[in-house]
Design a protein around this ligand. Structure first.
Ligand code: FAD
Length: 418
C-alpha cells in the first residue's frame, strides 16, 4: 500500500498589526507585489510572497518580520489578515507535515523572527541602502509600542514658515522628563492621535522624523523636536483634514502626547571623522537634515567633521522651514543650495537642477568613500534626484550602476520619502 503523501507546510510571512505603523515601506519595497493594505491592515498574500526578505530590513518597526509554520492548504488568506487586530498564535502542525514548496521544491528560507540583523536585500525596488553607514551609532528601536506608549509633554510649538503662506509647518518640542527615550539623528517616532477612525477603531500611529540631534533639541535635555506640516489637502489637492498633523500643530504648551518608537535603523549619520554629508530635501524632509546638521555643528571644535552640502527645495523662501536659522550657519561649515520653484522674479528651480549645476562639487564628494547621501521629502522626488546623481556621474565617464550598487551596499545612500 502507498504511504500517505506528507502534508505540505508553508513558512507563512505575516505582518504584526499591533506593531505596524502603516508607513507603506513594505508595500513599496516588495519586488513581487505580495504586500497590500486597506484602511485597517497591511498584509502579505501567501500566493505571491516568495520569502525574498527584501521588505524586512527597511521596515522601521520590525512588524514585518513574523512567520508562522502553517499547512499550505490552510494558509491565512489576505481576507483573514485584513480583519486581524493581532497575530494568531502558531498552531501545532500535523505529524505528517513536511516543509516544502510547490512540487516538493524547498521554499526559500526566511529565518523566523529574524529581527533586523538580516543580510540586506538590495533590489531594484529599493533605490537606497538597507544598511546604515559603517560608523553609525547603534540605534534603539521599538522601546515603546502601541500597547506601551510613552507620554511626552509639549514644551514648544511654533510655526516655522511665513504666516502669509499656505504651507503651515510647525516646530514642536516634546519633553520626556525622567523617562528614557534615546534617539539618533535620522530616526523617527510614532504619534498616537487621540480618537477613533470612521470604523470606530483607535487611529493608527503617524510617523515623524526627528528634527533635533541625539542630545536633545536643547543639548543635555531629554527632549526632541519634530517638523510637522499641517495637512489640509490630500495629495491630489482636494480639501482634507489630516488627523495627526492637525492634532500636533494645534497642541499647546504643557499638553501631553502618546509616543511610540523610536523607529529606523538605517537612515543614520556616519560617526567617523571626515565623514561628508550630502543632504537633499524638500519641505518637512528638512527635519532629519536639521538634526544631522545640528549634530555636526555641536561637534565643531571637538571633532574632525567633514563637508556638509545641502540641497533644499521649497516653493518660496517663506515656505522653507527654518529659513532664518539656516542662513545664519557659516558657509565654511555647510554649503547651502536653495531650489525655489515659485519665487517671484526667479526662474523655477528644483533640487535636481541644483545638483546638476553643482556637478563638479557633487562628483568630488561622491568620489570620496566618506560621503553619505540622504534624501528626504515627497515621494515624487526620488526619481528626479536619482536621475540627477546619475547624470553627474555619467558626465565624468563613470558607470552609475556600479557606483549606485556600491552606495547601497555600503550604506551610503538613504531615502526617506512619504
Ligand atoms: P491623514 O489623516 O493620514 O490623511 C489625510 C489625507 O491627506 C489623506 O487623503 C492622505 O492621503 C493625505 N495626506 C497624507 N499625508 C499627506 C501629505 N504629507 N501631504 C498631502 N496629503 C497628505 N510628516 C511631517 O509633517 N513631518 C515629518 O517629519 C514626517 N516624517 C515622516 C517620516 C516617515 C518615515 C513617514 C512614513 C512619514 C512622515 N511624515 C511626516 C508623514 C506623516 O507620517 C503623516 O502621514 C502626515 O502628517 C499626514 O498625517 P495626517 O494624519 O495628518 O493625515
Amino acid at each position: 500500500m502507498n504511504a500517505p503523501l506528507p502534508v505540505e507546510v508553508l513558512k507563512q510571512h505575516l505582518i504584526d498589526p499591533e506593531i505596524c505603523i502603516r508607513c507603506n515601506t513594505c508595500e513599496e519595497t516588495c519586488p513581487v507585489d505580495a504586500i497590500t493594505h486597506h484602511s485597517n491592515n497591511y498584509v502579505v498574500d501567501p500566493e505571491i510572497c516568495n520569502g525574498c526578505m527584501a521588505c524586512v530590513p527597511p521596515c522601521p518597526t520590525g512588524s514585518i518580520d513574523n512567520w508562522r509554520l502553517v499547512v499550505r492548504a490552510e494558509a491565512y488568506s489576505v481576507q483573514d489578515q485584513l480583519g486581524w487586530e493581532e497575530l494568531p498564535q502558531e498552531k501545532p502542525l500535523p505529524v505528517d507535515a513536511a516543509a516544502g514548496g510547490e512540487g516538493g521544491q524547498p521554499m526559500p528560507a526566511p529565518q523566523p523572527e529574524s529581527g533586523l540583523a538580516q543580510a540586506p536585500a538590495v533590489t531594484a525596488a529599493t533605490p537606497g541602502a538597507a544598511v546604515p553607514p559603517w560608523s553609525a551609532a547603534h540605534p534603539y528601536v521599538n522601546l515603546y509600542t502601541h500597547k506601551t506608549p510613552i507620554t511626552a509633554t509639549v514644551v514648544g510649538n511654533y510655526r516655522v514658515t511665513g504666516a502669509d503662506t499656505e504651507s503651515d509647518i510647525h516646530h514642536i518640542v516634546l519633553d520626556f522628563g525622567e523617562q528614557p527615550f534615546p534617539v539618533l539623528e535620522g530616526q523617527s517616532i510614532g504619534i498616537l492621535p487621540p480618537g477613533v477612525d470612521a470604523l470606530g477603531r483607535p487611529h493608527h500611529a503617524r510617523q515623524y522624523s526627528l528634527a533635533s540631534p541625539r542630545d536633545g533639541e536643547r543639548a543635555g535635555y531629554n527632549n526632541l523636536s519634530l517638523t510637522v506640516k499641517r495637512v489640509t489637502q490630500d495629495h491630489g489637492g482636494a480639501a482634507a483634514h489630516g488627523v495627526c498633523s492637525n492634532y500636533l500643530c494645534d497642541l499647546a504648551k504643557n499638553d501631553t502626547v502618546q509616543v511610540i518608537g523610536p523607529f529606523g535603523h538605517t537612515f543614520l549619520m556616519p560617526n567617523h571623522p571626515q565623514a561628508n554629508l550630502i543632504m537633499i530635501c524638500t519641505g518637512t524632509g528638512s527635519a532629519p537634515m536639521r538634526a544631522m546638521t545640528e549634530r555636526s555643528r555641536r561637534l565643531i571644535g571637538t571633532a574632525d567633521i567633514g563637508k556638509l552640502m545641502l540641497f533644499f527645495g521649497a516653493r518660496t523662501e517663506r515656505e522653507l522651514p527654518y529659513f532664518g536659522p539656516l542662513m545664519k550657519l557659516p558657509r565654511d561649515f555647510i554649503d547651502i543650495n536653495l531650489a525655489l520653484s515659485r519665487e517671484p522674479g526667479q526662474p523655477k528651480r528644483y533640487v535636481q537642477d541644483l545638483i546638476r549645476e553643482r556637478a563638479a562639487h557633487v562628483r568630488g564628494l561622491l568620489a570620496d568613500r566618506n560621503t553619505c547621501i540622504y534624501v528626504c521629502g515627497l515621494k515624487g522626488m526620488e526619481v528626479g534626484v536619482l536621475d540627477a546623481l546619475r547624470d553627474v556621474v555619467v558626465q565624468s565617464g563613470e558607470d552609475w550602476s556600479i557606483l549606485h550598487d556600491a552606495l547601497r551596499r555600503e550604506g551610503r545612500l538613504h531615502f526617506e520619502t512619504y
